[in-house]
Ligand binder design. Sequence first.
Ligand code: MEV
Length: 420
Amino acid sequence: MPSSRIPGFYKMSVQERLEKVAEFAGLGDEDKRLLLEKGLSLDIADRMIENVIGTFELPLGIATNFLIDGKDYLIPMAIEEASVVAAASNAAKMAREGGGFVTDYSGNIMIGQIQVVRLNDPYSAKFEVLRHRDEIIEKANEQDPILVNLGGGCKDVEARVIDTLRGKMLIVHLIVDVKDAMGANAVNTMAEAVAPLIERITGGKVCLRIISNLAVYRIARAKAVFKKEAIGGEEVVEGIMNAYAFAEADPFRCATHNKGIMNGISAVVIATGNDFRAVEAGAHSYAAMRGYKPLTTYEVNENGDLVGTIELPIAVGTIGGATKVNPLAKLSLKILGVSTAEELARVMAAVGLAQNFAALRALATEGIQRGHMELHARNIAIMAGASGEEVDMVVEELLKIGKIRMDVAKEVLEKLRARS
Ligand code: MEV
């Protein structure tokens, strides 16, 4: 099995990196051309949304070093922010020393909500809905025989009476196994289809019929042991524990903590053509279920190593939607080597944990600006004319001097060349 551990990947040219990824993932010439030249065609874009006038691009980077449930992964990440891909790769490298990430997944189960209003006796209506559960499930499943044949479909019905600004309402949930789809289409179709039946059963009026992004039955989890020697020793462990305690106690910090997690997850969600707003909404609403809390936890085990876990809803698909229409999304799935929604969600959870660990480690030690400055210095060095090994040398000198400017870079390069 090829390894995702590719030393010096960041120093390679785009072409060299692509060759490495092609080798790892078995990409052909057409795949490579798609990445380097063609991208998303106007033709396809025009069929994806309305009023198209062009396409909008993002850098696609590859995070290396990920070992998840014993399998090596290269992770495609579409993101505009510097340092995210490097940080994820770096964290994954450290996690490898503790055996990599292990993951868990609760199933491809989504919730469709049906809001029932104008009820005189909402608790009686709730009782009637539950008493007619099988009939409701049958009606829902008539909408999607293909999904049902695959073993998916509506599996259960839940009902809750809630207090609202406009009095009591009955909220019916369809519990749907959407298999490898994100599921919004299947669930929304079912919710709309059962609405007349629910009106008949309850005597009320159905208002909204829509999926819930708080996908509490579609939870992905990941865990990693970060060996203390691999991450910089006891002080770093303590710093990360302090950082975690800060986020746990303070929603102002927790928002940024969780944002860092989503830097990683959303980048993979976008690269694979999935709905990043849905995943973001799910993550933050899940974090807020018991007061706004971190999506990760950290503990110190008996060896003094740091044990990190993450838990959040991840509603993504490998079929349907843009995952199959956008050729770049298909290619990202090919690079990842995943074919099921489950495996994709597990990978994303591991990436989220890696991203959070990397951010906390940087924040608890040298701060995050050094990483940003390094990339900036690299760009300046290359623009000043450095090439090959000169780049690293100029970057190092610029960081030492603390002035990342073109004129300084040119001066450093001149001196370097004069010496050799
Ligand atoms: C920046 O995009 C993300 C961080 O702010 C996350 C964090 O503070 O944990 C570095």
